[in-house]
Write a protein that binds this ligand. Structure first.
Ligand code: F6P
Length: 406
């Protein structure tokens, strides 16, 4: 495993809250973040279990707590998901996210006892939001496209979903249990309560949640323009741009003028080639050493052919496991991910658009985070020179568009 937590991790993150309070958004964000950091993480979404087992035709009265048949069916589904979760943890899972409403004390007690009996630690995360505009936007954006409302006219679907929320609201008991470890997020992070938080991972999750918001803005990723070492096929180094690379710097500035509705934050590395790529932009870049290219150690400045000829074992070790392979006196992709964590937290915190001008390996690692990909699947991904990747946030995930500027 890639992460650096010394002890065995067995954490169940149990979401709590009325429908349309962003539980799935929060759960998926945490899953993406922890997967990227190397934790074996999985979301168990009870809505999906219900649809798979019982179909997606249920209207609001199914969710009425005074409907005994509905209550029994929902309990069975919740229990089936919990059993799968426990089995998955037993077979090597590290963090399970239990995405259900869990709005009553009795249900939370059951989840806690169930997990305790299996030596699983439980962290509850409750999302509370009373702002009708946010709730309405959430319902329209995420629920109308749910299979629950396929072929239902939008206004009718919204009415039905509101009635569903009302059923849950009648039985809702916000979390106050003494002795439970929980985080309460109120009004999308305006207030955050951390109760009995203990340990490295729960602490990271609190910090991550403190930086989340729901303001949508694009993130652009690009490599620097062609450098003098790129023209020779040499890796690493700190060369300036070639004439072609300089042309790209100009194109990038035109691109941003046309595409950025608001002036973006610009971040680059401390190496000449990214700084020079930003030289025609109207805003000065912030330089992060965390964005510097993977350190190729003793191979810095060599071509791949030279590495293969002079250090064949190193070359083939890297081919075999590119994510974990560390250059002698240099870095692995995994090392790069660890040093990029503050960049990710800052990118999450920023409410303005962000343009990141960096390097191939670094962008692969950032791409894996934003696009929710297993980092191992990204270490060979093509990120060509002179191309901008535009990532636009949707309700749960980013969408990608590529612009080849030259
Ligand atoms: O070749 C350009 C470059 O940015 C090198 O500086 C760096 O070592 C390399 O790409 C990273 O790509 P890979 O991990 O595929 O070798």
């Amino acid at each position: 495993m890639g992460h650096y937590t010394p002890e065995k991790v067995s954490l169940v993150v149990c979401l709590v809250g009325l429908p349309a309070r962003g539980k799935t958004f929060i759960g998926r964000k945490i899953a993406r973040y922890l997967t990227w950091l190397g934790y074996n993480t999985r979301v168990f979404n009870i809505g999906d279990y219900r649809r798979q087992r019982l179909g997606s035709h249920h209207r609001h009265d199914f969710f009425d707590p005074s409907n005994p048949e509905g209550a029994r069916a929902r309990n069975e589904v919740a229990q089936a998901a919990l059993m799968d979760l426990a089995e998955w943890m037993r077979s090597g899972g590290e963090v399970a996210i239990y995405d259900a409403t869990n709005t009553t004390r009795a249900r939370r007690h059951h989840v806690l006892e169930f997990c305790k009996a299996r030596n699983l630690e439980v962290l509850f995360i409750e999302s509370i939001c009373e702002d009708p505009t946010i709730i309405e936007a959430n319902v329209r954006e995420t629920k109308l496209s749910s299979p629950d409302y396929a072929n239902v006219e939008p206004d009718e679907a919204v009415r039905d979903f509101r009635a569903r929320i009302d059923h849950y609201a009648r039985a809702y008991e916000p979390i106050h249990e003494e002795g439970y470890s929980y985080i309460k997020l109120i009004d999308v992070g305006r207030i955050l309560v951390a109760h009995l938080i203990d340990g490295y991972l729960p602490g990271r999750i609190v910090f991550f949640l403190m930086n989340l918001h729901i303001v949508r803005r694009p993130i652009w990723l690009t490599r620097h323009g062609e450098s003098k070492l790129n023209t020779e096929g040499r890796i690493g180094g700190d060369a300036g741009l070639s004439p072609l690379g300089d042309q790209y710097a100009q194109k990038l500035s035109e691109f941003m003028r046309e595409h950025a509705i608001r002036p973006p934050r610009v971040w680059c590395s401390t190496l000449q080639r990214t700084l020079q790529t930003c030289r025609y932009l109207p805003m000065p870049p912030v330089q992060w050493s965390a964005l510097n290219e993977i350190d190729a150690g003793v191979c810095d400045g060599m071509t791949y052919d030279e590495i293969q000829a002079q250090m064949p074992d190193e070359f083939s070790a890297r081919q075999t496991d590119k994510l974990h392979y560390r250059y002698p006196r240099g870095e692995s992709y995994e090392d790069v991910i660890v040093r990029l964590e503050p960049v990710i937290i800052e990118a999450e915190r920023q409410r303005e658009p962000v343009l990141i001008v960096a390097h191939q390996a670094v962008l692969r690692a950032l791409y894996a985070y934003f696009m929710d990909k297993d980092p191992d699947s990204c270490v060979r991904m093509e990120i060509p020179l002179h191309t901008v990747l535009e990532l636009t946030p949707g309700p749960y995930a980013f969408e990608e568009k590529r612009y080849h500027l030259m």
